[in-house]
Design a binder for this molecule. Sequence first.
Ligand code: PMP
Length: 427
Amino acid sequence: MSNAELQARKNAATPRGVGVMCDFYADRAENAELWDVEGRRFIDFAAGIAVLNTGHRHPKILDAVRAQLDRFTHTAYQIVPYESYVSLAEKINRLSPGTHAKKTAFFTTGAEAVENAIKIARAATGRPGVIAFGGGFHGRTMMGMALTGKVAPYKLGFGPFPGEVFHAPFPNPLHGVSTADSIKAVQGLFKADIDPKRVAAIIFEPVQGEGGFYQAPADFVRAIRAICDEHGILMIADEIQTGFARTGKLFAMQHYDVVPDLMTIAKSLAGGLPLSGVVGRADIMDAAQPGGLGGTYAGNPLATAAAHAVLEIIEEEQLSQRAEVLGQKLKARLETLKAAVPQIADVRGPGSMVAAEFNDPATGAPSPEFTKQVQTRALERGLLLLSCGVYGNVIRFLFPLTIPMNVFDEALDILEEALTAKATATV
Ligand code: PMP
């Protein structure tokens, strides 16, 4: 089976709307490495889009899933419940920010968690409105698209979207938007678009993921909390990409001194099995009527078993601390490259939620072209990198936090070659 053969079959059998980045096909993977069907090895800094903070095939996750496979694979939790769903909710309630009483409901995808967070917020407040931010990404369902603050490619051709959703710019000093600008725009929505007493929720990512790895400034998060408190609006933190030790803490909201009312979780929660959730204040979580929340596969037992293992691994292997160590090392390397690579406009990110942003040094304009070149050169040398950003000029680094140090060092060397383009491609 060759990559070329598979690519031809894929193009004939599947729609182009499912855009695929790579033209090689996965055969097997182990921790931070992946091999394609022709035996080529890649160091995986994409990690299935931030899903594999605990790496590919962590032995502990495999054991947990195998043990569950031998018992049962599906009952539909809403029909016949099982302990691992309940105990996982207990753990998430305990580990998530805030000391108040909490409850958690599980779903399958990130977008589904977002949908349900909005449903819960509307049921709890009796209000329709939702405020989200430019550059934010919240999923590909109808409400997910409505909330997402980027038109191409996510919203093109898919409207109309659910109403009562409004956007304000996300603070981004690098692109000339201060916290004050952003908060003023939210206040502006209350003048121009919707009475704050009709707003159910404000949703934001503590670090925008797809939007470009821009971290919400502390004064912005505090100001949003204050607006929410003033008007009885619920604060929803979308931690789908930021969660599970990526930022150097279990949840990115733990970097702030305010607590969200609801939080969405997914991706690295279950180490590669599909699982998402909404965790929040117990009284708010109980607003929906019985039967209003759920889904046939929601909280699948193989996935909840994997999630228990993920939480144990994060603790045992001190992955939050490791995220700091690896992130610092990567940022230091990128900083030293700034002199040789004038395209590097910014290096940023908490823990291992690190990104480098590239501009054209002559004009100062975003350079998606250079970004693409770096990505291509890295891939030629066996390093899989993801881009992101409203302008497509950011490379985000999402390596497993379990990556062996020698593989990490090898990847950093490849990254340096890709940035400086001094070495010749090996293929
Ligand atoms: N919210 C955020 C912050 C995300 O990063 C993503 C996925 N990139 C989603 C929601 C949607 O998750 P899913 O693709 O699992 O539906």
